[in-house]
Design a protein around this ligand. Structure first.
Ligand code: NAD
Length: 432
């Protein structure tokens, strides 16, 4: 099939590449000229395991193309995926849909034969109705169909998630579009993905409801970790004991820093905004947002306590600064609030991240970057394990703590407290 992905970010690029690998002709379009020029040269704009080889393979066999020409790409395609950003509005909690509606107007100007127009971006319920209204201002309804097909991939596992999804959700009442899309996704369905056809509005809501539920699970276990710290119980035992119940499940039930990233913070706010608009009260999600916003200050208080409230001139190392492992995405990472607060108190911070130096910290005089783990850890008073990269899972802290009494604060509970105790390493973890 001939596909066009509008927006070549995490979602557009990964799904575009995967669709091309499944045998479709795909044009990935972006308004960012540099991104497209880089992609043509084989320079990949994001860190995502396995993505570079897949791009190279499909670009070479010409099933995958990159372009900045939206009109031409739409003309050449039958199925158009909208994959642009839907960030939180600058003044408010709702989703800023300006990128979506701009694209809808551009699509409208390029339709000459039947096209399926799909929102893969996460959009509030009724956005599909709005897109349809914009396009019908110039184009007959017979020439297009607007469908919701939310994307559930996770950064860091995006290719696996795309190829082996639990489900493919297609929101449309149009039989023709449903048939074409079922066919498009048939290689994934044959590998076990469940195909769910719903109304367009239901599909839009499924995405927000899923993200809000996962955010709730994380927040729930984070709050329980606070309790565990007071009663000499290890939160890891609680996660295992609860997670083995199939009704609950173990995923997203590990205590740690505040949830971040490009989705959960904005999507929880957006679904609450939608419920307010329709005069209902999603009180559970409201308290999840509040609790998560408070999480970094709880962890900071713990850091202060670990350092006996003596933060000034303390040398602190952060291992990992992105919002989670296996991604270079800094959006809403809890480091963005924790590091500046520590700097303000006089800490001297050095960090290491496998995806390199981050522009977000360049403005801070007392924040520096190390190109490798050992130099980042050496001679520090406190090492904070902030993300769960495999690179951080077998560090010989004993070697580093011989000359200097170093403290470890493991915000991801990677190490076993009993083992660290045996080695006489001063070690703190979450929820124990
Ligand atoms: P992103 O910011 O990484 O990429 C969006 C891209 O769209 C950018 O490259 C931007 O230049 C481009 N763009 C914007 N307007 C354009 C236009 N008019 N023409 C061409 N290109 C344009 O965003 P993302 O993280 O890929 O997220 C996209 C959507 O998918 C969001 O709604 C997000 O909530 C959703 N989503 C994201 C993830 C994830 O893990 N990142 C997972 C599932 C769903």
């Amino acid at each position: 099939m001939k596909l066009c992905m509008i927006g070549t970010g995490y979602v557009g690029l990964v799904s575009g590449v995967c669709f091309s690998d499944l045998g479709n002709d795909v044009i990935c379009v972006d308004r960012d000229k540099k991104k497209i020029e880089d992609l043509k040269k084989g320079i990949i704009p994001i860190y995502e395991p396995g993505l570079d080889e897949l791009i190279l393979k499909n670009y070479k066999n010409k099933r995958l193309k990159f372009s900045t020409n939206l009109n031409d790409s739409i003309l050449k395609s039958d199925i158009i995926f909208i994959c642009v950003g839907t960030p939180t509005k600058k003044n408010g909690n709702g989703a800023d849909l300006s990128q979506i509606f701009n694209v809808a107007k551009e699509i409208r100007d390029s339709i000459s034969k039947f096209k399926i127009i799909i929102t893969k971006s996460t959009v509030p319920v009724t956005t599909g109705d709005e897109i349809e209204k914009i396009i019908t201002k110039k184009i007959s309804k017979k020439l297009f169909s607007v469908v919701s097909n939310p994307e559930f991939l996770r950064e860091g596992e995006a290719i696996r998630d795309f190829i082996y999804p639990d489900r493919v959700v297609i929101g449309t009442n149009d039989k023709k579009s449903n048939k074409i899309l079922k066919n498009l996704y048939s290689p994934l369905i044959s590998k076990g993905a469940k195909y769910v056809n719903t109304s367009r509005r239901a599909a839009e809501l499924i995405k927000y409801a899923s993200n809000a539920f996962l955010a709730t699970k994380i927040t729930f276990i984070n709050e329980l970790a606070n309790l565990c710290e007071k009663i000499d119980v290890n939160i890891e035992d609680i996660s295992i004991g609860m997670g083995l119940d199939k009704r609950i499940g173990s995923r997203f039930l590990r205590a740690g820093p505040a949830y971040g990233g490009s989705c959960f913070p904005k999507d929880t706010k957006a679904i609450v905004n939608t419920s307010d608009k329709f005069k209902t009260n999603l009180s559970v999600i409201k308290s999840v947002i509040k609790s998560n916003e408070n999480r970094s200050s709880i962890l900071l208080k713990r850091v202060f306590k670990i350092l006996n409230n003596n933060v000034k001139n303390k040398k602190i190392c952060f291992l990992g600064v992105t919002f989670k492992a296996n991604t270079d995405d800094m959006r809403d990472s809890s480091c963005l609030s924790m590091m500046p607060s520590l700097v303000k108190k006089g800490a001297i911070i050095n960090y290491y991240d496998p995806t390199g130096e981050k522009k977000e910290f360049k403005k801070f005089k007392n924040v520096s970057f190390s190109t490798e783990i050992n130099s980042a850890i050496k001679n520090k008073d406190l090492v904070i394990i902030h993300t769960e990269w495999n690179d951080f899972k077998s560090i010989n802290f004993k070697k580093f703590s011989q000359n200097k009494k170093m403290i470890i604060f493991d915000m991801r509970n990677i190490y076993l407290p009993s083992k660290m105790k045996e080695q006489k390493i001063k070690y703190f973890a979450i929820g124990c």
